[in-house]
Design a protein around this ligand. Structure first.
Ligand code: HEC
Ligand code: HEC
Length: 426
């Protein structure tokens, strides 16, 4: 600062030293300087690069408005000043027209609030106060959900592993992420996920959908992306900034962050409801079970001494067909609590007694969600019933409700007929 007392040819002085707003790799361009603390205020000076750094050419001429500024150094410099003023004018116009802020602010932000669906038998969905459902928020979340931009090599979207036609699963035992990487667990159905109030994932390690959405993006076995790079892509995108504006009222592209991405995805996921299976219609509108379905229902709910007990409804309670608790259903053979290959809930709580526990999954839409269990080990419901009928593998924390069952061939067929009434064709 103040190194030179008068500008040399090719140098342009600036009114104050508070430069910072524009950096360009291009040499010898005209610079508009803003006071550093107020980047959106009027420019206060001009500068010119004459090398990689221009700071040495800046001498503060304190307080003088640019118009009145006289720069010592003769007519040549004064002529230069006029040119500078002209360029300042043009660049101010140009800059203000390409300021991302005003570009987004021209778009309307008029949130249209939506009611979360509330099927009669369900308890109300809990929605965080800072992320109410809006039409634009759900639409944005939907677009993000189906957009492979979220993965490192743009090969995989959320919907690759959560496919609508498979009740938002992927039909595989283990999901495949980018570059063909194999996941360690089976993808979960996202239908009714907005009602899962006791923790998400097979092990319940995440509390909210907002937070959950941040995981797959950086999961090295799923999308393998880095948030800073993804956010740059979204900010520079032709459509997303406008959609984020409509959904969340952001003023500049730079405001797109992972929190808003998570909020939008969560809003969309809260609209994925399945409550129109035959079972629901029987409960609601007096639709009729067939005699076989009715008998299966009775077995499932242990509703009559005339049928054998199945114990299913201790854990798979309606309407979600899950208590959402963590249980060991004797699926995996393990010599001791330390020997479960996937510790499940135990890896989260650090409590040995939780090893081998997984969240009870819903039994809705089983027609679409095979293969079954956290490791996709069973391909059919027959195999599932073989497992439960056998009483499963012993283990100190296996639920006492999993024990040898006496189910005839007919009982099993009836039970499966009932389970099929939980498929929602809509
Ligand atoms: C490569 C496959 C894959 C991709 C891509 C993927 N998921 Fe998943 N998703 C899974 C698997 C596997 C699980 C279970 C993981 C576990 O329990 O550890 C899961 C679980 C979930 C759950 C928990 C559901 C519940 O009932 O608790 C939600 C919600 C979810 N994913 C949403 C998303 C969203 C949103 C995206 C996109 C940002 C996404 N997933 C991308 C495979 C995937
Ligand atoms: C002690 C609680 C408990 C009982 C009783 C129980 N289950 Fe389960 N069920 C679970 C748990 C926990 C899982 C997930 C286990 C895993 O993946 O490790 C599960 C998984 C399942 C699945 C796989 C669902 C999917 O999407 O992968 C089906 C199907 C199922 N149970 C049906 C039944 C039936 C039918 C009965 C009665 C015969 C029954 N369950 C009894 C706790 C229970």
């Amino acid at each position: 600062m103040g190194k030179a007392l008068s500008p040399a040819r090719g140098e342009i002085w600036v009114e104050n030293g508070g430069f910072r707003d524009f950096q360009s790799p291009v040499r010898d361009v005209m610079w508009v300087f803003y006071p550093s603390k107020y980047p959106h205020h009027v420019p206060t000076g001009l500068g010119k690069t004459s090398g990689r750094s221009f700071s040495t050419h800046i001498t503060p001429l304190a307080g003088l408005p640019l118009r009145n500024q006289t720069i010592p150094g003769g007519s040549e410099t004064r002529a230069l000043l006029w040119i500078q003023c002209l360029i300042l004018l043009i660049s101010t116009i140009l800059l203000s027209s390409c300021q991302p802020q005003s570009e987004l602010q021209q778009l309307p932000y008029q949130p249209e609030y939506l009611e979360a669906a509330h099927p009669p038998s369900f308890s109300p969905m809990r929605i965080p106060a800072d992320n109410p459902l809006t039409k634009a928020g759900v639409a944005l979340g939907r677009k993000l959900f189906f957009d492979p931009i979220l993965s490192k090599d743009s090969s995989i979207a959320c919907s690759s592993c959560h496919q609508p036609e498979l009740a938002f699963t992927d039909g595989k035992a283990f999901s495949t992420g980018v570059e063909g990487r194999m996941g360690k667990r089976s993808a979960m159905s996202l239908l009714n996920v907005g009602f899962y109030a006791k923790g998400l994932f097979w092990d319940g390690r995440v509390a909210t959908l907002e937070e959950q959405s941040l995981h797959p993006v950086r999961d090295t076995l799923e999308m393998r992306h880095s948030w800073p790079v993804l956010l740059q892509k979204l900010q520079a995108h032709a459509e997303y900034p406008g959609l984020f504006r409509r959904a969340f009222g952001i003023k500049t592209r730079k405001e797109i962050d992972s929190i808003l991405v998570g909020k939008a995805l969560a809003q969309y996921e809260r609209t994925l409801i399945s409550a129109d299976a035959k079972f629901d219609r029987v409960m609601r509108e007096g639709a009729q079970f067939t005699p076989q379905e009715k008998r299966g229902w009775t077995i499932f709910f242990d509703a009559s001494p005339a049928v054998p007990t199945s114990e299913c409804n201790h854990c798979h309670v309606d309407p979600l067909f899950s208590t959402l608790n963590f249980e060991n259903n004797g699926l995996v053979a393990a010599l001791s609590l330390d020997d479960y290959p996937d510790k499940g809930r135990g890896a989260i709580t650090g409590n040995r007694n939780d090893n081998g526990l997984f969240r009870v999954p819903t039994l809705r839409n089983l027609k679409y969600t095979a293969p079954y269990m956290h490791d996709g080990r069973f391909k059919t419901l027959d195999e599932v019933l073989d497992h439960y009928a056998s009483g499963g593998h012993p283990g100190t924390n296996v639920s006492p409700n999993v024990r040898k069952l006496k189910l005839s061939k007919q009982d099993r067929a009836d039970l499966i007929a009932f389970l099929n009434t939980l498929n929602d064709e809509n």
